[in-house]
Design a protein around this ligand. Structure first.
Ligand code: ISE
Length: 345
């Protein structure tokens, strides 16, 4: 039987996941959606109720106005949270209370303290119900880079250079959000690829691009110091104007490896070479999201998670909190991370 999924929040990301569940995920069925914009939720529900699905049964998607009612609904086996970060804490606690597995889009919560409470509450239950939507771990290019580094072929990784650019973001995408919603991906990538916690973060910002409102610091330039001695630098530029671009070069003792140089066709013609740039992350990471959700559905069937845990979400929140502080002072900030052993035993 299909895993019956409810989605909270059907903005850009939630609607993308809804399509994915209905059209491209096997062993899963979308049964309910919730969004403060009821008209948007109704439109999606009726469109997808008619859609031919990849699952074994046709989807009949209903709208549940109250997100907590959706989480508690008896016919919802598992939840995808694609609501804004500030709504996550309450919704995650509801998932834990009802014993519902949840794939939570980043950030886990808005600050380290509430993220740690989530980790502790889940730990008390004795089983992992929360997976965090750091989908880059499922991107075939990142995955290949991780395997290459883990193989030891290039020797010990010394540093990472990361570039993360968006075509544009609304004026509401403030400096702190650039850290918590965008840079958070590199925070997770660095922890995962380098297999170490981030112990110190410094976030600098050059004189901002003229495409942002007064007071918004875009682009930003961060340095992560890892507990194991490696380092990473990150450029995050969320109003690049040109298109979506995510690159990572790992430099190790005996070589380096770069990903994100442009998938698809690179042409050479008329004195130029190049390819197309995707509009946004839904296009660039389409396959990563498909793999993430398919593997999550299968893991939930086994009573497990298969990807970044609540701890990973908490660690990222703690780093971003320090990052926001560093952005305002320009000084390095030591990350105050709870002792993993003490929390998780
Ligand atoms: C967005 O929220 C994402 O998750 C994208 O992956 C990221 O590239 C973008 O900067 C964020 O705004």
């Amino acid at each position: 039987t299909d895993l019956r999924i409810g989605i909270v929040g059907v903005g850009a990301m939630g609607a993308d996941h809804a399509e994915r569940i209905v059209r491209r995920t096997s062993g899963a069925r979308l049964v309910a959606v919730s969004d403060p914009d009821t008209a948007r939720a109704e439109e999606l529900a009726s469109r997808l109720s008619a859609a031919p699905g990849a699952g074994t049964s046709p989807s009949v998607v209903r709208v549940v106005t109250d997100p907590l009612a959706l989480i508690g609904a008896r016919d919802v086996d598992a939840v995808i949270l694609a609501s804004p970060g500030f709504a996550h804490a309450e919704q995650l606690f509801a998932c834990l209370e009802h014993g519902k597995p949840v794939l939570c889009e980043k950030p886990l919560t808005m600050d380290a303290a509430s993220s740690l409470q989530v980790v502790e509450a889940e730990h008390k239950l004795g089983r992992q119900l929360i997976q965090v939507g750091f989908m880059r771990r499922f991107d075939p290019e990142y995955d290949a880079l991780k395997q290459l580094l883990d193989s030891g072929e290039l020797g010990r990784p010394l540093l990472l250079h990361n570039v993360h650019r968006n075509k544009a973001n609304g004026p509401g995408f403030r400096s702190e959000m650039i850290v918590r919603d965008s840079m958070v991906h590199e925070v997770d990538v660095a922890r995962w690829l380098l297999d170490s916690e981030i112990s110190k973060i410094t976030v600098h910002a050059p004189k901002p691009t003229s495409s942002v409102p007064e007071g918004v610091l875009d682009p930003q330039f961060a340095v992560f110091e890892m507990a194991n001695g490696a380092m990473a630098d990150v450029e995050v530029f969320v109003n690049f104007q040109v298109g979506y671009e995510v690159r990572c070069e790992a430099v190790a003792e005996r070589g380096s490896a770069t990903i994100g140089l442009g998938s698809g066709v690179v042409t050479r013609a008329a004195g130029h070479w190049g390819g197309a740039m995707p509009e946004d992350f839904r296009i660039r990471f389409d396959l990563a999201y498909d793999i993430e959700v398919q593997r999550w559905v299968e893991a939930v069937g086994r009573g497990e998670i298969d990807g970044p845990s609540a701890w990973d979400g908490y660690a990222a929140a703690a780093v971003c909190e320090a990052g926001v502080e560093s952005l305002s002072t320009g000084q390095p900030v030591t990350v105050d991370l709870a002792d993993r052993q003490a929390v998780l035993g």
